[in-house]
Ligand binder design. Sequence first.
Ligand SMILES: NC(=O)c1ccc[n+]([C@@H]2O[C@H](COP(=O)([O-])OP(=O)(O)OC[C@H]3O[C@@H](n4cnc5c(N)ncnc54)[C@H](O)[C@@H]3O)[C@@H](O)[C@H]2O)c1
Length: 377
Amino acid sequence: MNGKIKIVVVGLKFGKYIIESQICTGPGAPFMELVGVFDLDEEKSKTLANTLSVKKYGCLDEILTDPQVQAIGLFTPPAGRAALVRQIINAGKHVITTKPFELNCAEGLKVLKEARSLHKAVHMNSPGPYLDIETKTFLAWQEKFSLGQPVSARWQTFVRYQEQADGSWFDDPLRCPVAPVFRLGIYGINQMISLCGEVQSVGVAHARINTGRPTPDTGELSLCFKNGALGSVFASFSSGDGQSYSNIMEIHFEHGSIRSEVTKPTDNWDEIEKKLILQAKLTTGEVIHRTKLIKNSNIHGKYQWENFKNSIENPTLIEDEISPEMIMHAMEVINAMSIAEQNNARVDVVSSTPSCSVEPNADTTGLNSQKNSTLMR
Ligand SMILES: NC(=O)c1ccc[n+]([C@@H]2O[C@H](COP(=O)([O-])OP(=O)(O)OC[C@H]3O[C@@H](n4cnc5c(N)ncnc54)[C@H](O)[C@@H]3O)[C@@H](O)[C@H]2O)c1
């Protein structure tokens, strides 16, 4: 292994947590070396730079022209993220960022393709650049035990925040549609797309139970997949039972079911471990059970720091990563969800690229990327 990747973190609210729990100590520490920080709020930059004894950058350009910097951890809000990523990759640096990637699907797709042509890594935690072991296990069991196609999938997560309005993007339904689904349910949407394929249409239900924000704190997204499977993604900021962010998936195939459960209660997502449980009826009539423990580092939604380092050091590996089309399909679903929220109607996620595959690593080169959503009354 060569030396650690020299990284600057930009956006220091959630980014501060990433620095403290992932980069300076935690799963990213063996692969990353934090060399600086930057936030539009200078006080945040100054305080953190002093605490960590790293450089305080005054603007993005200063980072982009610093030859020691190899990568940027971009933890700014999702709206307009593609434009920042474009600046960064064109300056020769790599990017690790967070979900949801970018609300503007055309811009998101364009910049992800641009990154590939420039051999610059643009990784995020959901979807990760490579399928996580949790999701891979669902797919492996589906194939190994001939479970058939998915029939229904349900995903849910709960946490109790009781947030107050602060005028930020979290309060704006256009920048934060069906808030709990956009902010937490995105993990379920991405995982479901990996398991069930392309989404045909969506509908939403949402409520404000005890939030101080104008946006909902509880929401459900219903999804019809092109293969006929039905899905539901439920997320709430209003329910705390000592088990936050469980991100539980239950999926029924034609000949078997797989569900996940958390092995011990914890409010800390960095400590969650899951068990996957399969029950299937084989063609012989035999009913079988299997279980598999999924370690915290292998659950969907984790930052893949080692893969990020590998992609930076071996630029050709970028070609094997999850496709830009698959990343942006989740954002197409989010856009349709936003229209559904605004119009209180079911919305079709219409693709102008009908053959656009959302299979992991599918070769979709040359497909027209534009998709749009239409209202169904
Ligand atoms: N569990 C998770 O994975 C998780 C949890 C929380 C947030 N997030 C994600 O992290 C992202 C940021 O969330 P947040 O809660 O920190 O948002 P936020 O809006 O509260 O804070 C963003 C920070 O970035 C700074 N900033 C904004 N634009 C900038 C720019 N162009 N250059 C430098 N700094 C800039 C702001 O000053 C602010 O400090 C979102 O995409 C969110 O969904 C992920």
